[in-house]
Design a protein around this ligand. Structure first.
Ligand code: ATP
Ligand code: MN
Length: 465
């Protein structure tokens, strides 16, 4: 007999042509039954739903049935029939079962249901096999695809910016060093410092904290570009919203001012949330039921709501007049904390907020200075449950103003000459922003901890899997 090709469960559940013989492969979620009949719920990760395998006594060897426990991997051939069980259209009457891999019920960590997310973090190598992580990972995939689709459909080019960078002035936080020097016995200069001239690249290098500076070079040639890659920050911030390794999407647009930038950010986020509602509804319904019954409502709310736009100064005014006692007191000039951002979004406006025109002291050197000389054309998009989801700005395109700012901040220009040359040769007004991919996934899935929306989280003291 010709070998039957595997059909994905996602396709089987849509199948209308009954009574045909099919092959399905997957992992056992549950097995139950009596001496006459055994029911196996099989999942292959193609969809959140399982397919039910019905094994009538005598059809399959007893010895094989004994090997089948939760977690085992099977290949099942049988007849696809209509199911009389509640909530499932079809099931498979097994004719033949091959056990690819057993899972010992005594030691398989996912033998029982209902583990805490904290426990699942300790078994990151197995947690993709749970319903929750299956849902999160499928949504994560759909969002990555939608991001590329959105930009492609809107005339943006995907630019691959480097992961190893020679500049330590990207301006977004502490960096991880990249070196091939012998750490026990590094070469030294005459005055005793480590001599990075002898390192792999002939200079000191780090993992990138942002692709923006190189993204600007692309925008000043191709007009509309975006990056989508991993970024690394060696901050010791153990919060539910920070990872040491995360993915960032950074569009950069020539000829866009800050208003164009805000319009793009709002349209982009609404597109992504809408894409999830249109394409991931099974997974969203599962998460809505199990974790957060307001999730789908909140997602729909975003698509339909016009984001509030106001200045940092107005935002600080509202916070100071709120009478709320924040952990970090607010005054003009202070950096806003998640508690402040979330007050504006969740309590005051009950809508996403785009905050603009921050004091220059708390923002990066490359942001365009306003005429007041005090504030810069920054724009942060603040979301319910998340706080800052996007950080962006119009960039300073004037060579003199930018050079002066770099000097004021004592940023070493020897590593930045190439960036400054864009302002010397054919400079143009331009803008861009960075969307933290995992913050987006947090919002779309309703999960509360960023460690639960990336397959293998990197956080302080944690790089096991
Ligand atoms: P925050 O103030 O929340 O620490 P940031 O101002 O340092 O963020 P940016 O440098 O503006 O962040 O980066 C752009 C976006 O990248 C942020 O809006 C956020 O969505 C995301 N992001 C920043 N840091 C992290 C991190 N450590 N882990 C995950 N996402 C992050
Ligand atoms: Mn920011």
């Amino acid at each position: 007999m010709e070998k039957l090709k595997r059909t994905k469960i996602s396709d089987l559940l849509k199948e209308t042509d009954k009574d045909k013989v099919v092959n399905v492969k997957g992992w056992v979620r549950t097995k139950r039954g009596n001496k006459n009949v055994t029911f196996i719920a099989l999942n292959d990760g193609s969809i959140i739903h399982n397919i039910q395998i019905v094994v009538e006594a005598g059809n399959i060897d007893e010895q094989i049935l004994k090997l089948i426990n939760t977690g085992a991997c099977l290949s099942v051939t049988g007849t696809l029939v209509e199911s009389f069980g509640k909530g499932q259209g079809v099931e498979i009457q097994a004719k033949e079962i091959e056990v690819y891999g057993q899972a010992d019920p005594e030691t398989y960590p996912l033998q029982k249901k209902g583990h805490t997310l904290e426990f699942l973090r300790e078994i990151a190598h197995l947690r993709p096999r749970t319903n929750t992580f299956g849902a999160v990972l499928r949504i994560r995939h759909a969002m990555a695809y939608a991001i590329h689709k959105y930009f492609n459909d809107n005339g943006f080019y995907y630019l691959h910016t480097p992961i190893i960078t020679g500049s330590d002035a990207e301006g977004a936080g502490a960096m991880f060093r990249v070196t091939t020097l012998d750490m026990d016995n590094p070469p030294r200069t005459e005055n005793g410092q480590i001599n990075y001239e002898e390192d792999f690249f002939g200079k000191s290098t780090n993992l990138t904290v942002s692709g923006q500076l190189e993204g600007e070079l692309g925008a000043l040639a191709l007009s509309l570009i975006y990056t989508f890659g991993p970024t690394f920050r060696a901050e010791n911030s153990n919060t539910p919203r920070h990872l040491a390794e995360f993915w960032m999407i950074e569009p950069e647009m020539a000829f866009y001012d800050i208003t164009d930038n805000m319009d793009l950010a709002e349209d982009f986020l609404k597109y992504l949330v809408n894409y999830a509602l249109d394409n991931c509804i099974d997974d969203l319904q599962f998460l809505n039921k199990m974790y957060d019954t307001t999730l789908i409502e909140r997602l729909k709310g975003i698509v339909e709501t016009k984001f509030v736009r106001l200045s940092y100064t107005e935002g600080v005014d509202i916070l100071m007049k709120s009478g709320v006692k924040f952990e970090y007191p607010v005054k003009w000039g202070c950096d806003l904390q998640a508690e402040h951002e979330r007050y504006l979004v969740e309590k005051h406006f009950k809508k996403p907020v785009i905050l603009t025109d921050y004091p220059k002291e708390i923002k990066a050197f490359y942001m365009k200075l306003n005429d007041d000389g005090k504030t810069v054309r920054a724009m942060d998009v603040l979301f319910p449950n998340i706080g800052e989801i996007i950080g962006g700005s119009q960039r300073e395109e004037n060579f003199e103003t930018l050079s002066k700012r770099i000097e004021e901040l004592n940023i070493p220009t020897k590593d930045m000459w190439w960036y400054l040359e864009t302002r010397k040769f054919g400079t143009a007004p331009h803008s861009g922003f960075g969307l933290g991919f995992e913050r987006l996934i947090l919002f779309v899935t309703g999960m509360l901890n960023i460690r639960d929306v990336i397959p293998f989280p990197r956080t302080p003291k944690n790089a096991e899997f």
